[in-house]
Write a protein that binds this ligand. Structure first.
Ligand code: ZN
Length: 497
């Protein structure tokens, strides 16, 4: 018996996701275990296989199935899979093939030029590459089309439904609240002493503690593993193989503890997607922002809370032999929550982090609109850092060159980080109406929390769009008040103002 169009379409998606899994596994290997000399060749293999995925996504065969099944599919998974395949097809097909190839080559060159420019503190050497990347992104946005703002076309790649109009309503409010809070914190009578956290913490013990915490969060080690890397990430190969990586700093335990929990939050999302979505593009997080809401929820709302440490401080001491024997929880907890504006985004505390994102958002938005040019970036960057965080970089390496994203042409991505914070705060408020979160945290029993997240977020994968998930859970759209209230209450208590 010959196969139906439906079956043939699903087979093609399966082929696409098989390549995706192979690429993911190679990428994980490259960043954890692969010998140094193997990396160059491996990158080429990944390039070849990515090209294959691209060919499948834009093939006449795919277009044919989409046209036949569109508006006819009854099954909800099939229906969403067709929609998703069509979105990808349209997005890719709108870019002329020769421009796409030139762009991919440019990305690779720009990324290595960025690495050099950053270590040599030499923005000028990177500038021509960044100018071309910006030019391409302006063009792509025009191909894709947009409503009010050209930047909307790029935002749509990461956070469908969120526009400049939405962000420009929300971000200034958050910025005002955060800068006000920051001012009060600086003048507050009670300043935490982070030096009490100093010491030497062996990698091995840190790894053991990381495993214990992941286990408690409900991370399934039978369907995942924990490894060491330089730039931590979590990767879902399929729902039964979701891997976490972390980094151990023997002088600062916070890197691994909060880093592992953060990546663990991403991993829980991927492990708990409905298995029915396997081998389709829907077996993935619905957006960068929702993904980040999961990691930030666990990292900040759980692991940086007082209740978490009330329960875990004694346990933690077992993994930090010789430390903290005379340090009370009343000194330890504020120290791990110290607020200190930093130049580097990835070192930022939970309060100032969003301000870093706003610096980048405003610059990206103006760049893509053509209101500013690449040559203006270093000066504008430094000015905004001073305005929002009260700190000015001494050089471009710790300023405009610090993040890798732009070198890969990832414009429109940064806002997802701040959106993730706001989503997480909204989920936190709602979850607290429905279950006793504090009790779960203090008892170290996170099952109810994990189940709530699975039921409301994880299981859907890409079946729902980000704002639909948010709306179905909370009954409202993006609302920054939850984040502002949470941060205000927390830091008022810690800094006593
Ligand atoms: Zn993350």
């Amino acid at each position: 018996m010959s196969k139906t169009t439906e079956q043939k379409f699903m087979d093609l998606l399966k082929e696409q996701s098989a390549y995706g899994e192979a690429i993911g596994l190679m990428a994980w290997d490259m960043r954890t275990k692969a010998p140094r000399k193997g990396i160059e060749g491996r990158s080429e293999v990944i390039g070849v296989m990515s090209q294959k995925v691209h060919e499948i996504q834009t093939s006449d065969e795919m277009r044919g199935y989409i046209d036949k099944l569109k508006n006819k599919a009854q099954d909800p998974i099939l229906k969403r899979a067709v929609e998703e395949a069509e979105e990808t097809y349209d997005k890719t097909a709108k870019i002329p093939a020769n421009e796409y190839r030139a762009y991919v080559t440019l990305q690779t060159q720009a990324e290595s030029m960025w690495g050099e420019a950053k270590s040599n503190n030499d923005f000028e050497s990177f500038r021509p590459y960044l100018e071309k990347l910006v030019e391409y992104n302006r063009k792509f946005a025009d191909y894709w089309g947009y409503g009010d703002h050209r930047y909307d076309a790029l935002l749509n790649n990461y956070e469908p439904g969120v526009t400049v109009e939405v962000l420009d309503k929300v971000f200034p409010k958050v910025r005002k609240a955060l800068t006000d809070l920051l001012k009060q914190i600086k003048e507050a009578p009670n300043q935490p002493d982070p030096t009490v956290l100093q010491g030497h913490f062996s990698k091995e013990r840190q790894a053991e503690f990381s495993e214990v915490i992941l286990e408690r969060m409900g991370y399934d080690f039978e369907a995942g593993r924990l490894d060491e890397t330089v730039h931590p990430f979590a990767i879902g190969l399929n729902t039964n193989d979701v891997r976490v990586t972390t980094k151990y700093d023997e002088k600062d335990f916070r890197t691994a503890v909060f880093g592992t929990i953060h990546e663990g939050g991403h991993a829980l999302y991927e492990q708990n997607i409905d298995p029915k979505l396997a081998f389709t593009p829907l077996a993935d997080g619905t957006s960068m922002g929702i993904h980040e809401s999961q990691s930030l929820f666990w990292e900040n709302f759980i692991a940086r809370s007082e209740g978490f440490w009330r329960n875990h401080y004694e346990l933690f001491k077992n993994y930090a032999p010789g430390h903290f024997q005379n340090l009370s929880l009343e000194k330890f907890y504020p120290a791990v929550n110290e607020v200190k504006p930093s130049l580097i985004r990835i070192e930022a505390d939970e309060l100032t982090y969003c301000l870093h994102i706003m610096v980048r958002y405003e610059l990206e938005k103006a760049l893509i609109a053509g209101e500013i040019e690449v040559k203006d970036l270093p000066e504008l960057w430094n000015q905004k850092m001073e305005d929002y965080l009260g700190t000015t970089p001494e050089n471009d390496s710790e300023g405009v060159l610090q993040d890798i994203h732009w070198s890969g042409g990832d414009f429109g991505y940064f806002p997802s980080y701040a959106l993730g914070y706001m989503y997480a705060a909204q989920l936190n408020s709602k979850m607290r109406e429905e279950i006793d979160v504090d009790r779960s945290i203090e008892e170290g029993d996170f099952h109810k929390i994990k189940e709530w997240l699975t039921e409301n977020v994880h299981q859907y994968g890409k079946m729902k769009k980000p704002l639909q998930i948010l709306n179905d859970i909370t009954g409202e759209g993006l609302n920054p008040d939850h984040l502002i209230d949470y941060l205000t209450n927390k830091y008022k208590k810690i800094y006593q103002f």
